[in-house]
Design a protein around this ligand. Structure first.
Ligand code: ARG
Length: 406
């Protein structure tokens, strides 16, 4: 099976999605902030919206894989099952007595039920038997295993570069456990076992929403709230060592919720065009990182210079075209917040976007980009759009198309 991604826009072959489920029903006004949601989504409607997204992708010939299905199949493998449950049981907050009860509870679950518990979490009330001090001092609604509502945003927990999978290192506490699931899938699932892992969750912080494959061999990495400079450095070194890239652009972004990832302000819609939030278009800078002269100095760093200039140079094109999010700054700010810039390219000049971002979508169409509109009123409450909700596993190679090779 051909798993390979070398751009943001090559015809999408296979994508990993997570259909939201019981984990979204865990959100309350008391925990939504710490679980990184801005509201309390209506779960049934979020599922309908997500199904519309998946159907639109399938109608364009895309193979849709779901985390729940892959995880269930993975958990049927004893080694994978014990690796994943060990990460849950390692939680310090449990203490030995409760840990023992949780281990017994998990051991009784079949793979589908275990997959559900690992994503939706486990409350004190749901644990069949419990005892000990930690259990006694918990209230019934408290989580023994925290839910993972942000699993919806599959973009962040793994990224394919070439034919390698990078399992990322998530910065926010509420999301860390997501990568234990993606890690297990890529290590043990028969479809993926043997895939080289370019990055591991034990490394410096790096999130997929910050990683943009601008062209074969050229990667932009947003550096801000989530991805740290050290994470970008580690990714650059590993990509150079493995011949997966010749240039990495480190792009500082404001450490704010609205711009938590680079893909919240900029996504690619054509081989030489991005849709970009106008309020940052002029100020976005990039540091250019290339392989250094010798092992003592593995990286060369230069810059900063305007992102679009650095990107065009690295991509060896004259200009990187910028399509902005509508002209008036208030509309632009509203639509950026609602993930207007967060499009998923299905092919060059064909992208999926939330229908609510009326101005941005009209701008895209005026610039020759076809827009597949999907509803996102409930999905968007987690602050993520079509790109955040998808992890491409296979795209038609642009380097093959250009005859460039690597
Ligand atoms: N690639 C992205 N922009 N992902 C959006 C993730 C949103 C999620 N609620 C978080 O705060 O982490």
């Amino acid at each position: 099976m051909n798993h390979h991604v070398d751009s943001e826009v090559g015809h999408l072959g296979t994508v990993l999605l997570h259909r939201p489920g019981a984990e979204l029903a865990r959100l309350t006004p008391r925990n939504n902030d710490s679980l990184l949601f801005d509201g309390i989504p209506w779960v049934g409607r979020a599922q309908e919206e997500h199904d519309t997204f998946a159907t639109a992708l399938r109608e364009h010939g895309v193979e849709v894989l779901y985390v729940a299905g892959l995880l269930t199949e993975t958990l049927a493998i004893p080694e994978a099952r014990s690796a994943v449950t060990a990460t849950v049981l390692a939680d310090f907050r449990l203490g030995d007595t409760l840990r023992h009860h949780v281990a017994r509870h998990l051991a009784d679950l079949d793979p589908p039920a275990l997959a559900t518990t690992l994503t939706a979490g486990l409350s004190q009330a749901e644990l069949r038997t419990g005892s000990g001090l930690v259990h006694a001092l918990m209230n019934r609604a408290e989580f023994i295993i925290d839910p993972l509502p942000n699993l919806l945003f599959t973009r962040d927990s793994s990224v394919w570069i070439g034919d390698e999978a990078a399992v990322t290192s998530l910065a926010m506490r509420a999301r860390r456990r997501e990568t234990t699931l993606t890690h297990a899938i890529y290590r043990y699932h028969p479809r993926f076992a043997g895939t080289p892992l370019l990055f591991e969750p034990t490394m410096e912080h790096l999130e997929g929403g910050d990683v943009l494959l601008l062209a074969p061999g050229v990667i932009a990495v947003g550096v801000g709230e989530r991805t740290r400079p050290s994470g970008a450095e580690r990714l650059a070194r590993r990509c150079f060592e493995r011949g997966l890239a010749h240039t990495v652009l480190a792009v500082p972004i404001a450490q704010e919720r609205a711009t938590m990832h680079l893909d919240t302000v900029c996504t690619m819609v054509d081989v030489d065009a991005v849709v970009m939030y106008p309020n940052v278009a002029d100020s976005l800078q990039a540091w250019t990182v290339t392989a250094g002269p010798d092992p003592e100095a593995p990286l060369s760093v230069s810059g900063p210079e305007p992102f679009i200039v650095a990107a065009a140079k690295a991509m060896r094109i004259d200009t990187l075209r910028i399509i902005d999010t509508g002209l008036d700054p208030v509309t632009a700010e509203r639509e950026q917040w609602d993930d207007g810039n967060n499009t998923l390219a299905v092919a060059p000049r064909l992208c999926v976007a939330y229908e609510r971002n009326v101005e941005t979508n009209a701008q895209l169409e005026r610039n020759g980009i076809e827009v597949i509109r999907i509803p996102g009123s409930e999905l968007g409450s987690g602050r993520g759009g079509p790109r955040c909700m998808s992890a491409p596993i296979a795209r038609a190679s642009l380097s093959a198309a250009a005859g460039a090779g690597r």
